[in-house]
Design a protein around this ligand. Structure first.
Ligand SMILES: C[S@@+](CC[C@H](N)C(=O)[O-])C[C@H]1O[C@@H](n2cnc3c(N)ncnc32)[C@H](O)[C@@H]1O
Length: 268
């Protein structure tokens, strides 16, 4: 496809890409025709998906605010996506300008944009890494002295785990991080729910086969089971609208969200 000309190295403009689709949903310009087509196919089935993308960002920023206000000063944003504003570091550094954010994504396109837009911001480090290899990530964060795991940390998995298939062991990825997180740490997540509109599920699964945007929709109980060993806060694993409060509309895609905390005494 012609859009691959001049595209960042590693970009594949022939398949939809979750980072670029999300960018388009949020009104960004870092996306290709194939992404826009996939998004419009989604919007044809569930026109409220753009609204939900905005709810998702609000939930992410709310979680950062909660963690920062409770004293967390280091954030690991897994599946961070193409940078947009307001950003994780903007919320965290408003609470304390010394807050640090490591912004991790496995997509080389995201890395190009993140390097261009985030490098040079004090305390913010973009990193190209795969969340399905938590041991590698933890080792790099330690070796580069980016995160002090003896202190509370907030791990953000917003819009990530529904791209991790069962055979890639999502619960084990979460558990690996939980094991190294100090007492007083937070983990916030969202996940596509199997209670979403069946037409939406069918459409998105069909349109994204073989691409990084291919999702798996899970039940509330299954999603909650990934976070065993944490203390679940607030309303638990519920549609994001419940976390955000007010009288927000139901959406065809149901994004489940949760914020949890490490128990006060660490179990090693
Ligand atoms: C829907 S976007 C969410 C972006 C951001 N977290 C937000 O909520 O605004 C999902 C992101 O997860 C990234 N991603 C998916 N699987 C990943 C993996 N195994 N490791 C790292 N990043 C991944 C994609 O590249 C994409 O940028």
């Amino acid at each position: 496809m012609s859009e691959n000309r001049g595209a960042p190295e590693g970009a594949d403009a022939s398949k939809p890409n979750s980072a670029r689709m999300f960018d388009y949903l949020l009104g960004g310009k870092d996306n290709y025709e194939i992404d826009r087509m996939a998004v419009h196919a989604m919007l044809a089935v569930a026109p409220d998906t753009r609204t939900l993308a905005w709810f998702s960002r609000q939930f992410l920023l709310k979680a950062v605010q909660i963690a920062a206000e409770s004293g967390v000063r280091q954030f690991i944003d897994l599946g961070a996506g193409i940078p947009t504003s307001p950003a994780v570091h903007e919320v965290a550094q408003k609470v304390d300008s010394s807050a640090r954010v490591v912004s991790i994504d496995f997509d080389p396109v995201v890395q190009v944009h993140a390097t261009a837009m985030l490098s040079g911001i004090p305390g913010v480090t973009p990193m190209l890494a795969d969340a399905r290899k938590p041991d590698d990530i933890i080792a790099r964060l330690r070796a580069d002295r980016l995160i002090d795991f003896d202190r509370p940390v907030a791990v953000l998995m917003v819009g990530l785990l529904h791209f991790v298939m069962d055979e890639e062991h999502p619960a084990e990825i979460v558990a690996r991080f939980r094991e190294v997180m100090a007492p007083g740490s937070y983990l916030a997540f969202t996940h596509g729910g199997d209670e979403s509109d069946p037409a939406f599920i069918q459409q998105t699964v069909k349109d994204t086969g073989g691409s990084t945007a291919h999702p798996v929709y899970r039940s509330r109980a299954e999603v909650a089971s990934f976070f065993e060993g944490f203390e679940m806060l607030g309303p638990g694993v519920v549609p994001l609208q419940e976390w955000l409060g007010g009288d927000l509309p139901h959406t065809g895609l149901v994004l489940l969200g949760g914020i949890c905390r490490t128990p006060t005494a660490r179990k090693d």
